[in-house]
Design a protein around this ligand. Structure first.
Ligand SMILES: Nc1ncnc2c1ncn2[C@@H]1O[C@H](COP(=O)(O)OP(=O)(O)OP(=O)(O)O)[C@@H](O)[C@H]1O
Length: 770
């Protein structure tokens, strides 16, 4: 009876709440309608302007007419995006208390919170873009505007002026729900004398529980305070953000790009580079910025696609990767570039001039080559004009070897004139031109890399830069390259190609007078021949070297020193946002990478942030991952999981050995998980088992993917199967940290599938996770 009575008493309260919810939704619907009406008005206005302008083409300057066209175009694009792309264009509202409302005064009746209430100074609606009404009052405030910051920053402990924060959910033009947080519970609102519960479950939990697809969603309606502080941090210097898996580092980095564009569009338009570790992460994240209304101004590039015209398509073994990533490669490449010049160089120069045969032998040529390079530092391809001039000098010295030195001023002038005539004659002679071409060829980075495929050659030039064994490993990784270095390269090779580009330089652009790079310093330059200029046109390849105004590095813990140098070359005047998690690093020498980063950042002021809450993994999964974290990076705190699902990770062991042993178990697990979750499922394996795993996933549809451990970086799935954890942990020096990455990809379900090598106990829990 008591239970019945309480149910009975609860009914009117529930009904009242439902009534209130509907009323609030209707209120928000009215506002959204107003917003769309206003947008349509703007569009109509713009169209009118266009028609009008078309009718009276003589009126107005061409510039003004173009501006009108642009206005129409912008308004049209705006409405199109609102209708088609922004599912919840208007997503938030804050109700702010009067700035001077006395604390103890309280608010007598603010139900519902209402702009007409004298205590509510302002109700602000927040959306993906700003919209003004006819009087220039804000109908919607852009989420990036300073006025929107309290939406993200206010907490019950520090509410500021915010009384209530509301998340509005809509589909197309229809409001479908509102979820409120009351920031001042002490001012508990009342409805007809009844206490009003907070409406909804909270937008954050709703979005975290949602099934995942293969593209990342923006988090604009539920950015948390510590994340907002990063997004809105000042642009100057470098903003360094660390945080464990799932703390929103990637999401925050992308929202920061949108924020910077909003804040200073002129400075950042076209000039923000986001560097991502893998092409998979690029395609996973590239939809986020368009959903924030930003398209085209931000370049999101995988680290292996940073050099134009080159796309990394191979993986290096961990041992080779750690050599290629090391700063020691700079020395090796410098020598490789010099050696490539000499590789097929002729050893004698012979020309006929002034009626005699003039020769430069190998020793003389060697000396001239040393003279050309001088103190080093100048890119080799730019030294060709200097090589020509010094060769001509050497030939002239041969030509006048037996003549007495000119005694007086007149004789010296005459000798000088003869020399000029000699230079002009010789430098247009085919034997000389052919020799120069062969002796100082314009090299491409690919060509130089190609020379290193010979382990004898690599070993010969390596000296102390790398050991004999390292030289052998390097050469083996390039064995497949063609004579001119053509063929597939790895992401680590791309950084080496970029370094070589720096060492070689661009062959100079053709022009009437070509400047000697060294002589620039002395104020001298010289005239080139036609043959030389046309040769340069042929040699030049397509090269991009863009500078960016802001560089955002995602998963920065994985960058090698050589990759830092590559990014540094694109960001000499840039400001930085660098996000990463040392505990997830697959690079084995963090100090070396830190030093490389320090060199790139120079003296720029740095501000540091730490993100502490894991929004991806439920507590049950985070707990298993924390066991590996304790081994991988002892002492590193685990981020706090924000939710729990009540479902523990599953452990299963495969006892059979040999090829195919995992197949049945893995496939069965994938099928089971597909039935349990609505979204994506991934199986993560050691890198050398990728082909095998692709077979397990075959035919299971688009929701399933098979990934090597390094490919899983930054991605997330509703459910994951981590197969052969010991295999992942043992595949490289940073293997435990890679396993930590693999274990932290799931938003709902995790299965660990162990083999006999993982030493599973009777419950199937592998030794590493006990
Ligand atoms: N404030 C938020 N509101 C809603 N979802 C969030 C929020 N912050 C993060 N998330 C979600 O949590 C997940 C993890 O975010 P993200 O991938 O940016 O984390 P990360 O720190 O880069 O992780 P990792 O280090 O593992 O790559 C994503 O699905 C993201 O959308």
């Amino acid at each position: 009876m008591a239970a019945q009575g309480s149910q009975h008493a609860a009914a009117p309260a529930t009904a009242a709440r439902e009534g209130l919810r509907e009323r609030e939704i209707a209120g928000e619907q009215r506002h959204l309608d107003t917003v769309y009406r206003r947008l349509e008005e703007k569009l109509a206005e713009a169209e009118y302007v266009l028609e009008d302008a078309a009718k009276r083409v003589q009126v107005g300057t061409p510039g003004a007419l173009a501006e009108r066209d642009a206005q129409v175009f912008r308004a049209g694009a705006h409405l199109h995006r609102l209708n088609n792309e922004f599912e919840d264009f208007l997503f938030g509202r804050i109700d702010l208390q009067q700035a001077d409302a006395p604390e103890e005064h309280g608010i007598p009746s603010f139900t519902p919170l209402d702009a007409a209430d004298p205590n509510v100074a302002q109700s602000l609606h927040i959306g993906r873009l700003g919209v003004l009404d006819a009087e220039f009052g804000p109908l919607v405030i852009d989420w990036r505007a300073p006025a929107a910051a309290p939406f993200y920053r206010a907490t019950p402990l520090e509410p500021g002026r915010v009384l209530r924060r509301r998340v509005i959910r809509s589909k197309g033009r229809k409001v479908i729900g509102v979820e409120d947080d009351l920031l001042r519970p002490d001012l508990a609102p009342v409805l007809d004398g009844e206490e009003l519960a907070v409406i909804g479950d909270g937008a954050l939990m709703a979005s975290l529980g949602r099934a995942r697809s293969h593209t990342m969603r923006d988090i604009v309606s539920s950015i948390q305070k510590e994340q907002d502080e990063v997004i809105r941090a000042p642009a100057a210097g470098a903003t360094l953000v660390t945080g464990g898996p799932g703390t929103g580092k990637t999401a925050v980095a992308l929202h920061r790009a949108a924020f910077l564009l909003y804040q200073d569009r002129r400075r950042y338009a076209g000039g923000i580079l986001v560097v991502s570790p893998t092409p998979l992460l690029v395609s996973y994240t590239e939809g986020v910025l368009p959903s924030l209304g930003e398209e085209g101004q931000v370049a999101i590039r995988a680290i292996g696609s940073l050099v134009d015209g080159v796309e990394a398509g191979r993986y290096d073994t961990p041992e080779t990767a750690r050599i290629k990533g090391s700063a020691r490669m700079v020395q090796l490449l410098r020598r490789a570039a010099r050696a490539a010049l000499e590789l097929h160089a002729p050893t004698e120069l012979k020309v006929v001039a002034r009626g005699e045969v003039l020769r430069l032998d190998a020793a003389r040529l060697h000396a001239v080559r040393g003279q050309v390079v001088g103190g080093g530092g100048t890119p080799l391809n730019l030294l060709r004009p200097r090589a020509r001039r010094l060769l001509l000098d050497a030939l002239w010295a041969e030509a006048v070897r037996d003549l007495p030195r000119p005694g007086d001023h007149y004789a010296r002038e005459q000798r000088q004139e003869e020399k000029e005539a000699f230079d002009e004659y010789v430098s247009d002679e085919a034997p000389f031109l052919d020799f120069l071409q062969a002796w100082w060829p314009a090299l491409t980075p690919r060509q130089v890399l190609g020379t290193l495929k010979s382990s004898r050659h690599t070993n010969r030039i390596a000296r102390r830069a790398v050991t004999g064994e390292e030289a052998r490993l390097l050469a083996a990784s390039w064995r497949h390259l063609g004579e001119r270095g053509e063929g597939a390269v790895s992401a680590h090779d791309v950084a080496l190609l970029d370094e070589l580009q720096q060492l070689l330089g661009e062959p100079a652009r053709p022009r009437t007078r070509e400047v000697d790079a060294v002589d620039l310093l002395t104020g001298l330059d010289e005239v080139t021949t036609f043959a030389d200029r046309t040769a340069r046109v042929r040699e030049r390849g397509p090269v991009e070297r863009t500078e960016y105004a802001h560089v955002i590095v995602d998963e920065a813990q994985d960058l090698t020193p050589m990759q830092w140098r590559m990014i540094g070359r694109r960001s000499r005047t840039a400001t930085w946002t660098i996000v990463g998690d040392p505990a997830q690093s697959s690079w084995p020498f963090p100090q070396e990478a830190q030093a490389a980063m320090d060199e790139v950042l120079g003296g720029k002021p740095r501000r540091r942030h730490t993100l502490t809450v894991n929004y991806r993994n439920p507590a049950e999964i985070a707990e298993v991952a924390a066991k590996v974290l304790a081994l991988a990076a002892p002492g590193t705190p685990s981020p706090t999981a924000v939710r729990s699902t009540g479902t523990l990770p599953r452990f299963a062991a495969v006892t059979a050995t040999g090829p195919g042993a995992f197949a049945a178990a893995a496939r069965a697990e994938l099928v089971r998980l597909l039935g349990e979750v609505e979204g994506t499922v991934a199986v993560v394996v050691p890198m050398d088992r990728r082909a095998e795993a692709a077979g397990w996933a075959e035919g299971l549809g688009e929701r399933v993917v098979a990934l090597g451990s390094l490919e899983a970086k930054g991605l997330e799935y509703d459910a994951t199967v981590v197969a052969d954890p010991t295999g992942i942990a043992g595949e490289s020096e940073g293997g435990l940290r890679v396993l930590y990455v693999a274990l932290t990809r799931a938003t709902q379900r995790l299965t660990v599938l162990s083999g006999p090598d993982d030493l599973p106990d009777s419950r199937g829990v592998p030794a590493l996770l006990r």
